[in-house]
Design a protein around this ligand. Structure first.
Ligand code: NAD
Length: 497
């Protein structure tokens, strides 16, 4: 079986205590992809010490040259796109069309980051005193702890690490334990692109061990985490106590609203992709479908027909629409929510059980599932399931739809299908989400725009676009007084002559 290693202090190494874990294909659990180090606090400590040395080298490298490394990384990702998509599908299950998109997101992020190395703007503003300059500029922060989830194994690490690196930080990276292979290839590519070896450290392992050791390490002043809201609470507690800069991107319970005046065919395409793409395992997945009375029954009937026809299977097989869930406990969680839905009185309109049949015997497959008559406020309607389960809620008006959309603890994305310009703009203003799509599904972020959510989805930061560069750099202000006399700001009175 292939054996993979951590990348620490410029070397590919085993975990210090020699422990390992196996990476398993969720579409066929007899297919073991490889053996990876199960790292702990000692491995993280070595990684941080090395990253501090890397930081000293990297912070002194001009930002445009740092950007050039990202551009080369983008070129290498493009050259290896098909290979990476294949290995990503093998380790986490989503179909090839989606893993190709995941790699493309990384490529786009690389090219955006490359140009950002030539911007990283500060401000120069007039001083209130004579013969004095006042300006702000950006400084790197130090060693960044990067903790990522399984569902976008390449895109999310690139969202974090390209901007962190362009800003001049070093990174200690722990990919989710379900997708260590993609994480390893990404680090290989960064090194091949010319990143000085100690600037990047790769530490594989479980969240409670390696992840927690990163979060609590005093040598890591900045942490970027994407994962569940529950894990994010632990991360936030530690970072708050230790006064670390922290970006949290967490769970969602996203809704697609379809109003009576909508283009129903378009809305059907949108919800099928939003709810069942990536087997519902996206932070932006459509987990709730809010339908206005006038189109409710017809829409549910057409949707059920289309969802029933989706083809489940190995994502590397031509024609597969929906892959497996990532592991057994994800499957059990989905089963538990089907029971919760039943016990809360919702009507099971489609699916509801594990999927069986040729080619599905050895994977974590679950049927696309639709509940109707879901009550606002019920657990099925409120809690993140992270699987192919769609809850349909009936409403009488756009106002009621917007209230239902907003009445959850999460606030990542939302979508409204309508032909009314007035309603569309009202949705943009009034929906409590970081992203609202009009006449498009709840998924579809673009690399050059800020990405993130409000309420318990995030803590106010954004990934993607220009805003993330503010997170990974510290603003410093410089004043240069060339008057040759002591001038006291605030105390000296203004004169115009
Ligand atoms: P998870 O919270 O189980 O794990 C995420 C990462 O955190 C993994 O690398 C894991 O090893 C690590 N981790 C776990 N416990 C830890 C701890 N105590 N300390 C430090 N690190 C720890 O999430 P997951 O199952 O991999 O991903 C699914 C979740 O991620 C969903 O809730 C989804 O909505 C969310 N997500 C959010 C976004 C976003 O941008 N908002 C994007 C993708 C996924």
């Amino acid at each position: 079986m292939p054996v993979f290693r951590n990348f620490i202090a410029g070397q590919w190494v085993d975990a210090i205590d020699g422990q390992t874990f196996d990476n398993v294909n969720p579409a066929d659990t007899t297919d073991i992809i490889g053996r990876f180090p199960l790292s702990g606090a000692q491995d993280v400590d070595r990684a941080v010490q090395s990253a501090q040395r890397g930081f000293d080298v990297w912070r002194a490298t001009p930002a445009p040259l740092r950007g050039d490394v990202m551009r080369r990384a983008g070129d290498l990702l493009a050259a290896r796109k098909e290979e990476i998509a294949n290995l990503m599908t093998r380790e986490m299950g989503k179909p090839l069309a989606e893993t190709r998109g995941d790699v493309q997101e990384g490529i786009d992020t690389a090219y955006y980051a490359a140009t950002e190395g030539r911007r990283l703007f500060g401000h120069t503003v007039p001083s209130e005193l004579r013969s004095k300059w006042a300006m702000s500029f950006r400084r790197p922060i130090g060693v960044a702890g990067i903790i990522t989830p399984f569902n976008f194994p390449l895109a999310i690490p690139t969202w974090k690490m390209f901007p962190a690196l362009v800003c001049g930080n070093a990174c200690v990276f722990k990919p989710a334990e379900d997708v260590p292979h993609t994480g390893t290839v990404f680090v290989e590519i960064l090194l091949e692109a010319g990143l000085p070896p100690e600037v990047i450290q790769l530490v594989h392992g479980r969240g409670e061990m390696a992840g927690a050791a990163i979060v609590s390490h005093p040598g890591i002043p900045i942490v970027s985490f994407t994962g569940s809201t529950e894990t994010g609470s632990f991360v936030g507690e530690t970072c708050g106590r230790m006064h670390k800069r922290l970006s949290l991107e967490m769970g969602g319970k996203n809704a697609q609203v379809v109003l009576d005046d909508a283009d129903l065919e378009l809305a059907l395409d949108g919800v099928l992709w939003g709810a069942f793409g990536t087997t519902g395992q996206r932070c932006t997945a459509t987990s709730r479908l809010i339908l206005q009375d006038g189109i409710h029954d017809e829409f549910v009937a057409r949707l059920s027909d289309r969802a029933r026809a989706l083809r489940l299977g190995d994502g590397r097989r031509e024609g597969t629409d929906v892959g497996p869930l990532v592991h057994e406990s994800a499957l059990k969680k989905v089963e538990a929510y089907v029971e919760i839905g039943r016990s809360e009185g919702a009507t099971l309109a489609l699916g509801g059980t594990r999927a069986t049949g040729a080619g599905l015997e050895r994977g974590h497959f679950f049927q696309p599932t639709i509940f109707t008559g879901v009550r606002p406020g019920s657990r099925l309607e409120q809690e993140e399931i992270f699987g192919p389960v769609l809850s349909v809620i009936r409403v009488g008006s756009a106002d009621e739809a917007f209230r239902v959309n907003n009445d959850v603890r999460y606030g990542l994305s939302s979508s409204v299908y309508t032909r009314s310009v007035q309603v569309a703009f009202r949705a943009l203003q009034d929906l409590d989400n970081g992203i609202t799509y009009i006449n498009a599904p709840t998924i579809g972020a673009e690399a050059h725009l800020p990405f993130g959510g409000v309420k318990q989805t995030g803590n106010g930061h954004r990934e993607g676009g220009w805003e993330v560069y503010e997170f990974y750099s510290e603003t410093k202000v410089g004043y240069v007084d060339y008057s040759g006399v002591l001038q006291r700001a605030q105390l000296d009175t203004y004169t115009t002559g």
